[in-house]
Design a protein around this ligand. Structure first.
Ligand code: NAD
Length: 372
């Protein structure tokens, strides 16, 4: 028996990961996908340009804090799955001011869950057993690791930044809506993503943009913090796999199995750029690297044990890190019109400037965050 065509609502679908997910969902025959997005600074219709003419695509501008609006959208669309990605997602912004993180990530998630529950209760038995709510979260909720070991689904929550604390709270709400109301929720906790259309305040696109402009690449501390990197298309594969095959109430850790220190990933970026677009001066891009005061509360290491998601739904990352990184660099180089409006905002201390360090007089004007 063939599965019925997918009908999805994607919150945060105009963001980095959401837009990759939407494009992939719409590749399935007869798929219908509605993006629900507020279009904050991080959400851009440009990200959805590749699907804008697709007959199954619809965009609804809305705030997840407006639960009544979100419920009306669900009732009109009648989806089989909700992917909840809308969030404030940048750690350094949360250090500067956590209040919007609590509103969007905690209160907003509660309203999305409550509206989804209202809609879920209108479904017949077959509709209820097919429906899934995929809550997309981060490995940062688990806090930091020492030099060995990896996070898995049993890891205790120990968030260290206002961002990760707000995501941890949202995970708890997602869990509670499953336990209390039997809403078929699945929670995913994923490691650092990279790929096309990532907002250039995040490590890789930020370094890329600054390197091309001949600006310094300031690295927090000694650049020793380790992150597990995953190509965004692999994350999308994982989300589709759990939506299709995992049961209600399950949680999954998702990682790329590519652990790299921040300094190393920036060096690899520089090496690739040296080959693709050498500097006119003949110097290597790595000469632009500088070390600056560390981020407060900076987690030392994240790593993910992918065992469970592999066993339960058969997912594993398909892309090699280096090939995906090169493809990502080539995407940015080939899509300067995507970047241009963002860099226009960067006339002073803008998109590619460091956030989250207290006194401006002591802080360098720009630097590189390790994440997200
Ligand atoms: P992003 O910042 O690129 O996109 C966030 C999107 O949410 C934007 O389109 C924005 O307009 C929208 N949004 C924000 N507030 C909203 C609101 N109140 N109502 C409606 N829409 C709103 O983020 P991303 O990197 O694509 O991350 C997506 C999700 O995945 C987030 O929940 C994040 O926590 C999670 N995640 C990200 C990573 C990563 O490495 N980027 C890793 C693991 C998990």
């Amino acid at each position: 028996m063939t599965a019925p065509p997918i009908s999805a609502v994607v919150t945060g679908g105009a963001g980095f990961i959401g837009s990759a997910l939407v494009a992939r969902l719409l590749r399935a025959p007869d798929a219908r996908v509605t993006v629900y997005d507020k279009l904050t600074y991080a959400g851009r219709l440009e990200n959805l340009a590749p699907v804008a003419e697709h007959p199954g695509y619809r965009f609804e501008r809305g705030d997840i804090l407006d639960g009544a609006h979100f419920r009306r959208v669900l009732e009109a669309v009648r989806p089989t799955v909700v992917f909840h990605l809308a969030a404030e997602s940048h750690v350094d912004r949360s250090i500067e001011d956590g209040s919007q993180f609590v509103r969007t990530n905690v209160e907003g998630t509660e309203r999305v869950l409550a509206a989804s529950l209202d809609y879920f209760r209108t479904l017949d038995d077959a509709g209820r057993s097919a429906f899934r709510f995929i809550h997309v979260s981060t490995d940062e909720v688990f806090g930091t690791l020492g030099p060995v070991g990896a996070f898995d689904e049993q890891s205790p929550y120990a968030p260290n930044s206002p961002y990760s604390a707000s995501k941890a709270a949202s995970d708890m709400l997602a869990r509670a809506y499953h336990r209390t109301f039997a809403l078929p929720v699945i929670v995913t906790n994923c490691s650092n993503n990279f790929g096309p259309r990532q907002f250039p305040e995040k490590l890789l696109p930020l370094c890329l943009v600054r390197a091309l402009a001949g600006q310094t690449l300031p690295i927090y501390g000694k650049g020793e913090q380790v992150r597990d990197w995953l190509f965004v298309e692999d994350h999308v594969d994982a989300l589709l796999a759990v939506a299709a095959a995992a049961g209600p109430g399950e949680t999954f850790c998702i990682g790329g199995g590519t652990e790299l220190a921040n300094l190393e990933i920036v060096r690899r970026l520089c090496r690739l750029l040296d080959g693709i677009r050498p500097r006119a001066s003949g110097e290597g891009y790595a000469d632009l690297i500088t070390f600056v005061t560390d981020r407060p509360g900076h987690d030392f290491r994240y790593a993910i044990d992918n065992g469970r998601i592999g066993r339960v739904v058969g997912w594993r990352p398909r892309h090699s890190f280096d090939e995906a990184l090169e493809a990502t660099i080539r995407w940015y180089l080939g899509n300067e019109e995507w970047l241009a409006p963002l860099l226009g905002q960067d006339a002073g201390a803008g998109v590619t400037s460091r956030r989250g360090l207290a006194p401006a007089s002591e802080a360098p004007s720009v630097t590189v965050g390790s994440r997200q």
